[in-house]
Design a protein around this ligand. Sequence first.
Ligand SMILES: Nc1ncnc2c1ncn2[C@@H]1O[C@H](COP(=O)(O)OP(=O)(O)OP(=O)(O)O)[C@@H](O)[C@H]1O
Ligand SMILES: [Mg+2]
Length: 250
Amino acid sequence: MSFLTLMLKNPFRNHPPNGDVYVMNEQENIIEIHDLKKSYDKGKIKALNGINLEIKKGEFISIMGPSGSGKSTLLNMIGALDKADEGSIMVSGIDLMTAKDLNKFRSKEIGFVFQMHNLIPNLSVVENVEIPMYETNLSSKEMRERALELLELMNFTNLNDIIKQDPTKLSGGERQRVAIARALVNHPSIILADEPTGALDSKTGDNILKLLKDLHVKENVTLILVTHEPYVAHMADRILDVLDGKITEE
Ligand SMILES: Nc1ncnc2c1ncn2[C@@H]1O[C@H](COP(=O)(O)OP(=O)(O)OP(=O)(O)O)[C@@H](O)[C@H]1O
Ligand SMILES: [Mg+2]
């Protein structure tokens, strides 16, 4: 029996029996988090208090929990926007506790869809969507083509006008769709959506959710969505409940 066959047949490949050995299997778990801790205010606020979590590539996960329980902190750790104090976190095969070039990791792997859209005023809509591609080697023509391709997927009725607009002139739902287009331009393997519909009316919110869900299905993107709405949470494959910086239920 070859080494490869042995590896494929080994039932302990992902879960080593002695518990000490840590094996990352990129093909299966895109995210592996062990005993992750993060505190603020010199340790007084324990935002994450021992998170253990495995997420498979292409899964749709929703995260629920009361305000202040640590949901956004967890997303920030996965997206490498902030660094944990203790524990381990592997995302797309990268060890985020030790990795150096986190800008590259973020722009290549992660699409952020947050409630604060962070669209840049004075840049047009299409220029906003192009921003993440500055980190790539694409020409400006290629960037423009890719940005327009994504914006076309966002169901704007008046796309030709929208692309030239300053984002401050758009409605909340329109801005959120621009933010989603921007999150997707670099073909991220993971979309982190922190209450993406929180500031929207329910019809617009439902359209945004449908869009995210379609992208997840069509592109096999791993989708992690924080929500306070049980009916939204139930669209996911799994629901995680965060309470006092821990995952209490799956
Ligand atoms: N940068 C920071 N500095 C200090 N404390 C912080 C910081 N970020 C978060 N916290 C604290 O960490 C805890 C978890 O915050 P977090 O934003 O993750 O909660 P959340 O579950 O996303 O809440 P919400 O549902 O209100 O968005 C809270 O007590 C919060 O005040
Ligand atoms: Mg939050």
